[in-house]
Design a protein around this ligand. Sequence first.
Ligand code: ADP
Ligand code: MG
Length: 249
Amino acid sequence: MSDAVAICERTPTCATTGYQLAAVNLKKSYYKGPLEVPVLKDLSLSVRRGEFLAVVGQSGSGKSTLLHLLGTLDAPDEGQIHFDGRRIDTLPTAERDKLRNKHFGMIFQFYHLLPELSTLENVLAPLMIAHSTLGYLRNRRQHRAVATRLLEMVGLGHRLKHKPRELSGGEMQRAAIARALVAGPELLLADEPTGNLDHGSGQDILKILRTLNRQQNLTIVMVTHDQAIAGQADRIVRLADGRIEETPV
Ligand code: ADP
Ligand code: MG
């Protein structure tokens, strides 16, 4: 990273200009009783619209913590997060929920599908939550068409009525990707999306993410401890000692 870029990333006005997502001087600690465990110490990171960024780091380095902060699921102790030029880490909870539902998609290592719902219903769930019952029902047919199309895109068109327990790990993650996309997000946050999959299924997931990124200009921030997985992104940064370092690809 050049000095100019490094300085820019640490200055709110500079870091947020021209970037879709910017984290500036983030600090986050957990507390074990009175003992402070610092996880993110002074972390700055800017992501361009349409970029596929991989964040690598050892287990326990704070990757999930970072992703939770970027996704406004948790708030930093210090620092700022900006999305589309707007500061988002200090928004009231309801505003943050709205922003997240509308603009962000998230996928996780363990899929987090609801076991009692079918694959199609799992993909529809965010829309049911985002809309009033009446609003959802009014557009039910259209919502189902969108969800079905997404499931077809990830190769699960023949699994719409299956329950998660009837799917393989790779299929569950593909369903989770369809669910993450159903509300039409601009940013996908992926936490070790291949961490629980065999090599082949992991590659299938990466291929889907790559295609979404290229064809729909979807911005992706993917955290992983796996250098080979990270190597398929446009840019790799490393999270170590609570900070971000650029690494040569
Ligand atoms: P990674 O995803 O890179 O494995 P995490 O962000 O999950 O790392 O965790 C970073 C550090 O913070 C770890 O030492 C972990 O034990 C600690 N940690 C994470 N979440 C909590 C929590 N809710 N309470 C206390 N400590 C936590
Ligand atoms: Mg993690």
